[in-house]
Design a protein around this ligand. Structure first.
Ligand SMILES: Cc1cc2nc3c(=O)[nH]c(=O)nc-3n(C[C@H](O)[C@H](O)[C@H](O)COP(=O)(O)OP(=O)(O)OC[C@H]3O[C@@H](n4cnc5c(N)ncnc54)[C@H](O)[C@@H]3O)c2cc1C
Length: 387
């Protein structure tokens, strides 16, 4: 039987980051199992590439600040430009309640070490993003060091970095079950290619984390949530460095990537299959209408229907990652549930999980708020909607 000190299941950006950080810390042999034929074909390649530290909970702000530090050094450490660009995130409020939520989040951010966000009045909103129609808005908050990254480049950096350190990646191999040994431990990971004896196992299966955990008889509260992206034809009236612009009212947000505008508007999918990743025409019409109302120059932009896509967020009940050992199984660790922020937090989550696995606890920052047992303990994290 093959064996590895750590078996990571899932070669998305989070599994790759965990594998890299375990190897960089000198963990024994690490094996990554991925059922697709290449890394990042799950959620990672569908991410739009936003990076922000403007969150409404201390732990999410701190994860972003740690990730940001690591993104700044990424190329030096891993030889790949992760595409981190400080174009900013502009959050817009259309009433006092939304502005209050933004102000509350700013207090949390300052207490967590993020100093550079500022409240902006309407005049400054229009200075920062002249394309936005000011009517219906009362102000907002701007974070200049938020911005963008390239999800597949972050992934590539970690996969190649891990491989250089000896990590094995096996593609087209699905983890189909676990052999449970005595004393609440996984003895081996079952695959169609045979069992792999595992010192420890990491569930980094993204939106599929709950299905994977069920093979070990465990309920993990991570659910898929479809997010659709509408893409315009090439359009040069909005600059590439336009900040990510987010309307707090309904979560509508837009950015420019590679000369096209990406439009997103959260909705509640009513598809029978929760893993459905189709794009609905009615949704595309609705987001295009919203976009034209709020960013008038988009009247001139047409949607390239063939380029629109959808993917799955991996939602946890409190919108925060699940990171750490599960109570029920001694050598099973979770790194999932990032709820739509997994690319930006992958650098931090990988480092912290390596510390948890190798040292017993995270030391770079206190990751207690992310422990998987928090729901059973009635200690879920709190943050305002969309923050
Ligand atoms: C439309 C959209 C926009 C987004 N925008 C952003 C953004 O701007 N910024 C940001 O930070 N995040 C964003 N996200 C979220 C981000 O994509 C995810 O949080 C992140 O990719 C999660 O990474 P992961 O490695 O956990 O999951 P994945 O990339 O899904 O990787 C999980 C892997 O596990 C594999 N797997 C599952 N089960 C098994 C099994 N049994 N055996 C073997 N392999 C298995 C899957 O095949 C998959 O490759 C967005 C998501 C979507 C859908």
């Amino acid at each position: 039987m093959r064996s590895a000190e750590a078996v990571v299941i899932g070669a998305g950006v989070i599994g790759a980051s965990v594998a890299y950080h375990l190897a960089a810390r000198g963990c024994g042999p690490v094996l990554v199992l991925e059922r697709d034929l290449a890394p990042g074909q799950g959620s990672t390649r569908r991410a739009t590439g936003g990076f922000r530290a403007q969150f409404g909970s201390q732990i999410n702000v701190r994860l972003s600040l740690l990730s940001r530090e690591k993104l700044v050094r990424f190329e030096e450490e891993l030889g790949v430009d992760p595409g981190y660009r400080r174009c900013g995130y502009l959050f817009l409020a259309s009433d006092e309640a939304q502005l209050d939520a933004l102000r509350g989040a700013r207090r949390v951010q300052r207490a967590s070490g993020l100093e550079d966000t500022r409240e902006v009045g309407l005049e400054e909103v229009v200075d920062i993003n002249p394309a936005v129609r000011a009517e219906g808005l009362i102000g907002g908050v701007f974070g200049p060091t938020d911005g963008f990254l390239r999800p597949m480049e972050v992934l590539r950096g970690y996969v190649e970095g891990a491989q250089r350190l000896g990590v094995q990646f096996e593609y087209g191999v699905e983890c189909a079950g676990f052999e449970l040994g005595g004393r609440g431990r996984i003895a081996a990971v079952r695959t169609p290619d045979g069992d792999v004896a595992a010192g420890s196992v990491v569930n980094a299966a993204g939106p599929w984390a709950a299905s994977l955990a069920r093979h070990a008889g465990l309920e993990v509260p991570v659910e898929p949530l479809r997010r659709q992206v509408a893409v315009t034809e090439p359009f040069d009236e909005l600059p590439e460095d336009m900040p990510m612009t987010v309307f707090l009212k309904d979560g509508f947000h837009l950015r420019v990537r590679d000369g096209r505008v990406l439009l997103l508007l959260p909705d509640e999918p009513d598809a029978a299959d929760p893993f459905d990743q189709s794009v609905e025409d009615a949704w595309v019409r609705s987001v295009a209408g919203t976009a034209r109302e709020r960013v008038p120059c988009l009247e001139e932009a047409s949607i390239d229907r063939a380029k629109c896509w959808a993917g799955l967020y991996e939602m946890s009940p409190d919108g925060h990652a699940l990171l750490g050992r599960v109570e029920e199984i001694d050598n099973l660790y979770l790194a999932n549930g990032s709820s739509g922020h997994g690319v930006m937090h992958a650098p931090a989550l990988g480092q912290l999980l390596a510390e948890i696995m190798l040292d017993g606890a995270a030391s770079t920052l206190d990751a207690h708020d992310l422990r998987p047992s928090r729901f059973a303990e009635g200690e879920a994290n709190l943050a305002p909607r969309l923050l």
